[in-house]
Design a protein around this ligand. Structure first.
Ligand code: GLP
Length: 248
């Protein structure tokens, strides 16, 4: 595991965008796994600028998102389809048919999970997966107790996740209770992982991720076993970690 400690959210976003850009340019990756939430917003803003500055061709690139709420129309401002379009896809020249998210509005969501697995498989798997981390250590929507061998499936959201994500809805009661998420096994199959974390409220989850026992009760702890994990986190998110880490 490589840990890059930066001063604040802005520095995390710039470093994170640079990390992805390096993979796009020098490793010529074909499949980029994407995440949503407040954490990667700054990264997307920087990355779209750099991609356009360098006039990077993205015709070959496919993106696959980790998750989507069940039952929200794709054009709902709180859907992850909308989020991705609004902050990233609409600014870059990527073919729309190359951007994949689970369809939380499919008539048969069980079938949709199987379909999403096939999409990822047909692309040859994920080269680099971007992740955030929930307050409770969730990754994607793999909440505490999720099996480490879990694959794309329907999940119930934890009360703390509903609480944390209510800020994107007019009220807490509007937050969907279920989502489709890639499983932990899918995430672990990614060839590289980049996890971002910012802020004091992530400090406990980040400490567990780096120094805790590997346990399904804190899903992110499994990432300790990933051979190519990079964590870019700010001082506040790393404030509970015992080992000394210099800020770059
Ligand atoms: C959400 C998403 C995750 C995200 C996490 C943290 O519920 N499903 O992919 O990493 O929670 O979100 P935030 O970055 O807003 O703290």
């Amino acid at each position: 595991m490589e840990i890059i400690k930066v001063a604040n959210y802005e520095a995390m976003s710039v470093q994170g965008a640079h990390h992805i850009l390096t993979h796009l340019i020098t490793k010529q990756i074909n499949v980029l796994g994407l995440a949503t939430g407040g954490t990667p917003e700054g990264l997307y803003r920087t990355l779209r600028e750099k991609i356009n500055e360098k006039a990077l061709s993205l015709n070959h690139l496919h993106t696959v998102n980790l998750d989507e709420y069940i039952g929200l129309p794709a054009d709902s401002p709180a859907s992850y389809h909308h989020y991705m379009h609004d902050i990233f896809f609409k600014y870059i020249a990527i073919p729309t048919e190359n951007t994949h998210l689970p369809n939380g509005n499919a008539p048969d969501v069980v079938e949709e999970c199987a379909h999403y697995e096939k999409v990822i498989e047909s692309l040859g798997g994920v080269d680099l997966q971007l992740l955030g981390i929930g307050h409770n250590g969730h990754i994607g929507f793999n909440e505490p107790g999720s099996p480490f061998n879990g694959r794309t499936r329907i999940v119930d959201l934890a009360p703390s996740t509903i609480e944390a994500n209510a800020r994107y809805f007019s009220s807490k009661k509007d937050v969907p209770r279920q989502a489709i998420t890639m499983g932990i096994e899918n995430i672990m199959e990614s060839r590289h992982i980049l996890l971002l974390a910012s802020g004091k409220e992530k400090a406990d989850a980040v400490k567990a991720l780096i120094e805790g026992n590997v346990s399904e009760e804190i899903p992110a702890t499994i990432l300790q076993h990933h051979p190519n994990l990079t964590i870019i986190a700010d001082e506040a998110a790393l404030s509970s970690v015992t080992r000394a880490l210099p800020t770059i």
